[in-house]
Design a protein around this ligand. Structure first.
Ligand SMILES: NC(=O)c1ccc[n+]([C@@H]2O[C@H](COP(=O)([O-])OP(=O)(O)OC[C@H]3O[C@@H](n4cnc5c(N)ncnc54)[C@H](O)[C@@H]3O)[C@@H](O)[C@H]2O)c1
Length: 417
């Protein structure tokens, strides 16, 4: 139930009054502020009107925003109220005026957003300065990646919010519709980034991935042949590099064999094949995922120490803890570090660097779920759509996502509405 002040309720009463007159020919049935407010609250609840807030992202170099003006317009047409923090869209090239012209209210601080909104839409997980802004029962719809983050998990449980994670919403075919667009982007970026880090002046070995006639091409090894891996392979194959993709799923390898038509080597993933290929690689890309869980450590520190000096690792899976033992999260300001002569790039929010593309790609995928939650409330939306139910990670102080609970070795509670 939204918190209304009197001026809010007056403006809403006018809306309701019009609807009421439209549906009822008997004339007004009540007057006075008290009755009007009671009626208003009941109406809001029954009509499923929700106050939705979009704060500006505060993670380092995070330029994405969780909603674009077309989404605001659709939600407002459905009767909802939208609060956008001043400047939230600027990093993605969206001006406050564009949001305001669709009917959103522009507010100055993230506190204004968190205080009033029943549902907070974000891109990245809340950071410590945001923890105390969360309110009991508030819906938080964003990327959470809780498995490797016990402190954040504790903060969300303490705040007793309803935390729905983009990355664990899963369709029947096991695909991850809200992670997919970001994985497409990060997968494609991983080859740009890796190719550039191979340049001598950036600490690399000085290998041009595609080689030239008469000189051997660089070797790219991709761990995981899912969305990140496939998109990385598309780019790497395009450069003319020699590309190997490793996965544990034989059917996925068969599928990749069909789409790459012999231009990539498809290899079953185990510690033996990983060590053999990684030692010889110029560029290793980490793109494995066990949905919701901490990433398995597939490349040991010992294997990294046997890699060629100046070779490059881009661990895209770092947001789930990373699949290479020597990796730890970095940011866009200081994206790399060197271990045993190998350049490591481990930015957990890679798509933030291409914010304009990423914001539109992300919101294309998130918006249908936002609309569903706003129109139906999260409980009914989840009861009607089991896909969305899989996104529920924390619920009023209980951790309800099994892969996250297993990763943190704590008990998973049942979802109780
Ligand atoms: N850093 C970033 O900015 C960023 C952006 C987007 C996605 N990601 C992350 O990238 C990772 C991959 O995402 P995705 O969408 O490609 O996932 P996905 O589910 O599409 O693909 C993961 C693949 O890993 C394979 N896999 C699992 N265990 C394996 C193992 N032991 N060896 C080899 N392969 C194995 C699976 O079979 C699957 O094909 C996730 O952690 C995701 O969160 C990071």
């Amino acid at each position: 139930m939204p918190h209304l002040n009197y001026s809010d309720s007056q403006s809403i009463i006018i809306t309701i009054w019009n609807k009421w007159i439209f549906y009822n020919k008997n004339g007004p049935m009540f007057s006075g502020r008290l009755l009007a407010e009671v009626f208003t609250w009941t109406f809001l609840e029954e009509a499923g009107i929700m106050i939705i807030g979009v704060p500006r992202e505060i993670k380092n170099s995070e330029n994405r925003v969780a909603m674009v003006p077309s989404g605001v317009k659709t939600l407002i047409q459905a009767g909802h109220q939208i609060l956008i923090q001043k400047g939230a869209g600027l990093g993605s090239g969206i001006l406050d005026q564009e949001y305001a012209s669709t009917g959103a209210e522009i507010v100055s601080t993230n506190q204004d957003v968190f205080n009033k909104a029943e549902m907070i839409l974000k891109v990245k997980e809340p950071l410590p300065p945001e923890y105390s802004l969360l309110r009991e029962g508030q819906i938080l719809f964003t990327f959470l990646h809780l498995a490797p983050l016990p402190d954040l998990t504790k903060a969300l449980l303490k705040a007793k919010i309803v935390g729905i994670a983009y990355e664990t919403i899963q369709l029947e075919d096991r695909s991850l519709p809200l992670l997919t667009p970001m994985s497409e982007i990060a997968g494609r970026m991983s080859v740009h980034v890796g190719a550039s880090l191979l340049h001598k002046e950036r600490g690399g070995s000085g290998v041009l991935l595609g080689g030239v006639p008469g000189v051997e091409a660089g070797k790219v090894v991709i761990l995981g042949g899912g969305t990140v891996g496939t998109n990385a392979a598309k780019m790497a194959v395009g450069t003319g590099a020699s590309v190997s993709i490793l996965d544990i799923d034989l059917n996925r390898l068969r599928y990749l064999d069909d789409i790459f038509g012999g231009r990539a080597h498809l290899v079953i993933s185990n510690y033996y094949t990983i060590e053999k290929l990684v030692k010889e690689a110029d560029l290793v890309i980490g793109g494995v995922l066990v949905t919701g869980a901490k990433a398995p450590k597939l490349v040991t520190q010992e294997t990294v120490s046997k890699m060629k000096k100046g070779s490059v690792i881009v661990d895209v899976a770092v947001d789930q803890g990373g699949c290479i033992e020597t990796c730890s999260p970095t940011n866009h300001e200081n994206p790399t570090f060197v271990v045993d002569g190998v350049v490591h790039y481990c930015v957990a929010n890679m798509p933030g660097a291409v914010a304009r593309t990423s914001t539109f790609a992300l919101t294309n995928a998130t918006f249908p779920y936002v609309l569903k939650i706003a129109n139906l409330g999260y409980k009914e939306a989840m009861e009607r759509d089991p896909t969305l139910m899989k996104g529920l990670n924390v619920h009023f102080g209980k951790l309800v996502c099994k892969p996250v609970a297993d990763s943190q070795k704590v008990e998973c509670a049942a979802i109780e509405f």
